[in-house]
Write a protein that binds this ligand. Structure first.
Ligand code: NAD
Length: 428
């Protein structure tokens, strides 16, 4: 999460400004797109199990909805800030646009730490969030979803509260619901698999066989786990993962040079993606400092944890062997680090393209929920593959044709589409 000096929203704006200059965007549309259209800040009182009342801060930021209803997750995190939410809402706008789904960009959050909250307390936060936002979210204006430290159960509580307030059933109000309760098959896998669909295409484009590649992954949560699953199925080898250690309040990297065993690690991992240190050591993993995932002699790096992880301070620690970075997390690389990567010609599949599998599948979930007709898993995943593959090639082709850094090429496509929608609507 955001450190003291790091402001993710300033970073999102810096990325935007660079491309706005590149495509010579008019002043009015530039001003409109570099800030959110709307934002909500509110308090959520919760009756704690110990009898006290604690008030949590909640947010929803609706960055832009020119292309369709807002879409974006709700994150629970102790260091959540409004600028993090603004940045993530902005990136959602670009993400939906780059994969060409008819949705805008939103994001929500609550400053809280679910590690220290009972399920009853978490349920009250979910219901309280919806009570505050019920008038301003919904299946045809803004559709929430899970994000860091929120899950299908949280979404179902939120849906239930929304439907109780509205007095009707609205399965399309929220996505990331449990399968069988309006959820889509394939949603759990979607972000990690989507990341690997784009990686697969990038390797194909570079004539590299996945079986000849080794990767190091930051994070071991939802995105990382499914990315590792599919990458390994394609023949790749992961030697490193890292995760946050709640007891020690620091992150560690776990390495096994012969390759990690995903299923074995899953057995010793909690629901927050934290690996049990002692058990990992018993199973022959080396425990290394937090940043070591970045320093490995591998072909591919996959940051799949949080924003602000590859920075001006540590980017030079990336090994010379690294050819490609596939960003599963949102905003893992700062503009300063981007300059270095661009100069060193390290190929980057940028976050809002690489991790768009989640929102694409959420869009499929919303479509299915609104129809009340659900597809089989193969149909979901093959539609997802099709969307991710075509979005990847559109960006890669533009980057090649205009000799652009991949992040800039993705931004050119996304910003142009959103700007056009705003113009077509007569907003600017
Ligand atoms: P998650 O909560 O399931 O997992 C996060 C993982 O990161 C955990 O293993 C945690 O231990 C680890 N982590 C936390 N702090 C760390 C640190 N300082 N160093 C190393 N590891 C650390 O979250 P997730 O759903 O896998 O999301 C990961 C990232 O991907 C986030 O940036 C999120 O916004 C982004 N993302 C997620 C989705 C999705 O569908 N889940 C979609 C798009 C983008």
């Amino acid at each position: 999460m955001a450190g003291k000096s790091f402001n993710p929203f300033e970073m999102a704006q810096a990325q935007f400004d660079k491309v706005a200059d590149l495509i010579d965007l008019d002043t009015g549309i530039r001003e409109l797109l570099r800030n959110p259209l709307r934002e909500y800040h509110f308090s959520i009182p919760v009756h704690m199990d110990d009898g006290s009342v604690k008030v949590f801060r909640g947010f929803r930021v609706q960055h832009n909805d020119a292309r369709g209803p807002g879409k974006g997750g709700i994150r629970f995190h102790p260091q959540e800030t409004i600028d993090t939410v603004r940045a993530l809402a902005t990136w959602m706008t670009w993400k939906c646009a780059v994969v060409d789904i008819p949705l805008g960009g939103s994001k929500g959050g609550v400053i809280c730490d679910p590690h220290n909250l009972s399920l009853k307390e978490q349920e009250q936060i979910c219901r309280g969030w919806v009570r505050q936002m019920a008038k301003n979210v919904g299946p045809i204006n803004d559709v929430p979803a899970p994000d860091v430290m929120t899950n299908a159960q949280h979404m179902l509580w939120m849906l239930d509260e929304f439907e109780a307030i509205q007095g009707s059933k609205f399965p399309g109000f929220i996505t990331g619901k449990p399968v069988g309760m309006g959820g889509s098959l394939g949603r759990t896998e979607a972000t990690g698999y989507g990341l690997i669909y784009t990686l697969r295409e990038a390797l194909k484009d570079k004539n590299i066989n996945p079986q000849d590649t080794i990767a190091s992954v930051q994070g071991f949560g939802n995105v990382a786990q499914y990315a590792i699953r599919l990458y390994t199925e394609l023949g790749g080898k992961v030697i490193c993962v890292s995760c946050w250690d709640q007891a020690d309040q620091t992150a560690y990297t776990y390495r096994r040079n012969t390759g990690i065993d995903l299923d074995e690690l899953l057995q010793i991992t909690d629901r927050f993606g934290g690996i049990q240190k002692e058990k990992a050591l018993e199973k022959g993993y080396e425990q290394l400092p937090a940043d070591d995932w970045l320093k490995q002699e591998v072909d591919i790096l996959m940051p799949c944890a949080l924003e602000n992880q590859i920075t001006g301070d540590n980017v030079h620690l990336i090994d010379k062997k690294v050819k490609l970075i596939a960003e599963g997390a949102n905003g893992p690389t700062t503009p300063e680090a981007d300059n270095f990567l661009e100069e060193k010609k390290i190929y980057v599949i940028p976050d809002f393209l690489a991790n768009a599998g989640g929102v694409t599948c959420s869009y499929f979930e919303q479509v299915q929920s609104n129809m009340n007709f659900f597809w089989v898993k193969d149909e979901v995943l093959s539609r997802l593959d099709e969307k991710m593959t075509s979005a990847f090639h559109a960006v890669n082709d533009l980057a090649t044709k205009r000799n652009l850094y991949m992040r800039d090429a993705a931004y050119v496509i996304a910003i142009s589409r959103v700007a056009q929608a705003c113009k077509d609507r007569g907003w600017v």
